[in-house]
Write a protein that binds this ligand. Structure first.
Ligand code: GLU
Length: 417
């Protein structure tokens, strides 16, 4: 499996070729600080268990370190380093006054009880709280973490420091000081860009088929947005299964949502266990979603999904990366050679961290914005970032990914003069 940090550095190399001043980029080749710990918790059965945990503070030239915390069995230091580097680029692409960081715990949270999960979440803060804080490092949710976990973390931080400090973390529940609009923000950002491109291409949503890999926060919200706007959603996948409509008529995705909510996964649809499952025509291994014959492929799962091995099988004409790092640099090159339009992660999923910044700002200034205000502020930030990236891409005849890196690196606060 390709090392995500090596992949990230290859992407930086491509931008360096355009920028031409390598000395200025040296600082971006390594993180400022790596925090590592083994969190030990008492399990429900009376045993003790240790979980490796990381927080990588990559770069804070533009503001406090910012980025989510991932709970996943495959988390390791190289992955967290890569993700923290991408956060550094991402916050610069959307020009918010934040830097880049990321955290992770090597754990399968689905194997833990709620009590164990709470202990582990509080344990993360106990280990690292001295390096966290509203002006230092502001975590958020990522894969398999959610507002409940953020609420436990902010509560623990308040206990350890002696006063409540909601701005130390984002993605909290509304009751704990979260922002309206944060839950859907990642998908909202990607969707603003998609609508803009569809407008530019002069096509109608009704004429476009789409498949979505991943049914977590970003994927599920994107499915809703696309379905409601008239796109034909003909396939979705979660970590266990893909369901694809071979007739290409498109699913009623409300039914998919109900199945997922009621059963926890899409796999119950094999064998038509309920009436509602009859709409699901083919259930197959999850990676098959990548090969589906659809106009648009939304990648909303994990990194390294499209590689040199499966790149030939990709039939979509247009890819949106709501996940971080889902395409290896080698596969990216081959797709670019084929003329594929790829909206890169650092742009496509930047809505999440942008609304996290709004949440931080509201907490710092003791304000509460309406959901409409949040969306109205998010839209121009995302569209400006997209338009700027597209212009840089056209000017240098490069991909949107390299263009996003080039414009991020040129930002005065990051490496600019
Ligand atoms: N985990 C999200 C990302 O990868 C959000 C980070 C944040 O809100 O700080 O962009």
């Amino acid at each position: 499996m390709a090392n995500p940090f090596d992949n990230a550095m290859k992407q930086l190399d491509q931008a360096a070729e355009i920028i031409g001043d390598n000395d200025r980029l040296e600082e971006l080749r390594k993180p400022n600080k790596i925090l590592q710990a083994e969190i030990e918790i008492d399990m429900d059965d009376g045993t003790k268990k240790k979980f490796p945990a990381y927080r990588v503070q990559y770069n804070n030239n533009c503001g406090p370190y910012k980025g989510g915390i991932r709970f996943h069995p495959k988390v390791d230091l190289d992955e967290v380093k890569a993700l923290s580097f991408w956060m550094t680029i991402k916050t610069a692409v959307v020009e918010i006054p934040m830097g880049g960081g990321k955290g992770g715990i090597e754990v399968d949270p689905k194997q833990l009880s709620q009590t164990e999960l709470e202990k582990l979440s509080r344990g993360f803060v106990k280990e690292f709280y001295k390096d966290l804080g509203p002006d230092k490092d502001v975590p958020a949710p990522d894969v398999n973490t959610n507002s409940q976990i953020m609420d436990w973390m902010v509560d623990e931080y308040g206990k350890l420091t002696g006063k409540p400090q909601p701005a130390m973390i984002t993605g909290k529940s509304i009751e704990a000081g979260g922002s309206l609009g944060r839950a859907t923000a990642t998908a909202d950002g990607g969707f603003f860009i998609l609508k803009e491109i569809v407008k530019e291409l002069g096509v109608l949503p009704e004429d476009l088929t789409v498949v979505v890999q991943g049914y977590g926060n970003a994927g599920a919200n994107m499915v809703d947005l696309m379905y409601n706007a008239g796109f034909k959603v003909i396939g979705v996948s979660d970590s266990k299964n893909a369901v694809i409509d071979p007739t290409k008529q498109g699913f009623d995705t409300n039914i998919i949502k109900a199945i997922k909510q009621n059963h926890g996964s899409l796999d119950v649809c094999i064998g038509n266990e309920t009436d509602k499952c009859q709409i699901v025509h083919d259930a197959m291994p999850p990676h098959k979603i990548l090969e589906a014959d659809a106009d648009i492929l939304v990648l909303a799962a994990l990194e390294n999904q499209i590689t040199e091995e499966n790149v030939k099988e990709i039939k979509a004409r247009f890819i949106i990366e709501l996940a971080n790092g889902p395409i290896t640099p080698e596969a990216d090159q081959l797709l670019n050679d084929r003329g594929m339009l790829i909206i890169p992660d650092v742009l496509a999923n930047a809505g999440g961290v942008t609304v996290s910044y709004f949440e931080w700002k509201q907490n710092m200034e003791n304000q509460k914005w309406t959901e409409q205000e949040v969306k109205e502020k998010l839209k121009p930030i995302i569209l400006d970032a997209y338009n700027n990236t597209r212009d840089v891409a056209r000017k240098h005849n490069i991909s949107l990914r390299t263009a996003a890196f080039v414009s991020a690196i040129k930002k005065v606060c990051l490496t600019g003069e």
